[in-house]
Design a protein around this ligand. Structure first.
Ligand code: GLP
Length: 264
């Protein structure tokens, strides 16, 4: 596990864009797992900038988003489809046929739909690089506390904390979705490489538990400790409750010296 501590949000976005751009340059047909949320907005801006400057090409990239609210059509302004379209896809050249986001308007046999999403990931060769944010309760994707660490893509009931966090995005009187379709923790752990971004003090407790706490279903992101190639990219506020900050800085220095391609 690599923990990179940056000064602020802007530096986190810059470094994340650098890592993703590096991965695409190394493998133009990269299978990229994408995430939504405020944390990702700045990163997508950076990636769009690199694309417009002609230094990044997404024409062979395939993407899989982590999750989507159940019951929201793609056109709903709070859907993750809409978020991805507005913040990223409409500005870059990922071929539409290569874009995969769970379908929140699916009805009926949810299990069959979720199995088909997993199948599409496998058919694409598996996810090379999975981007993650983190919820205040430690969720990744919408894997709420007590999610099985072996879970696969499935329907998930949202926790009270997540409902509260999300309600501000919905209009007065508009009910926010109570369920979502999300890749499972087991699905996420199969990605070859994982990059988790967290900024701001509201994430500090979840980040510290995920990195330094025990592996537990009470903090879904703690399952990342089981993965051999995870990078946590944090700003000072999000990393504030970590007790081993000095060690992480030293590990980073040695990584830059001994295995610099982990950072490019
Ligand atoms: C949602 C998403 C997560 C994301 C989280 C954090 O719950 N399902 O994938 O990590 O929000 O969002 P934000 O970056 O807005 O704090």
């Amino acid at each position: 596990m690599l923990v990179i501590l940056k000064r602020d949000n802007e530096e986190v976005n810059e470094q994340a864009a650098h890592l993703i751009a590096g991965a695409i340059k190394k493998k133009p047909s990269l299978v990229l797992g994408l995430a939504t949320g405020n944390t990702m907005v700045g990163l997508y801006k950076h990636l769009v900038r690199l694309y417009r400057a002609g230094s990044l090409d997404f024409s062979q990239v395939t993407t899989f988003n982590l999750d989507e609210y159940l019951g929201l059509p793609a056109s709903h302004p709070q859907s993750f489809h809409h978020f991805m379209q507005e913040n990223f896809f409409r500005h870059v050249n990922v071929p539409p046929r290569n874009i995969h986001i769970p379908d929140g308007s699916v009805r009926g046999d949810y299990d069959a739909y979720c199995v088909s999403y997993e199948h599409s990931i496998r058919f694409a060769g598996g996810i090379d690089l999975q981007l993650l944010g983190i919820g205040r309760n430690g969720h990744i994707g919408f894997n709420e506390p007590t999610s099985s660490l072996a879970s696969r893509t499935r329907l998930k009931v949202l926790s009270r904390e997540t409902l509260d966090d999300n309600s501000k995005f919905f209009g007065p009187g508009e009910e926010s979705p109570r369920c979502a379709i999300t890749m499972g923790i087991g699905t996420i752990l199969e990605a070859r490489k994982i990059l988790l971004l967290a900024t701001g003090d509201s994430k500090a407790a979840a980040v510290a538990k995920s990195i330094e706490g025990p592996i537990t279903c009470a903090v879904s992101a703690s399952a990342l400790q089981l993965h051999p190639d995870v990078t946590f990219l944090l700003d000072e506020l999000a990393g504030a409750q970590l007790t081993q900050r000095d060690y992480y800085h030293r590990v980073l220095e040695m990584t830059a010296l001994l295995t610099p391609n982990r950072l490019s």
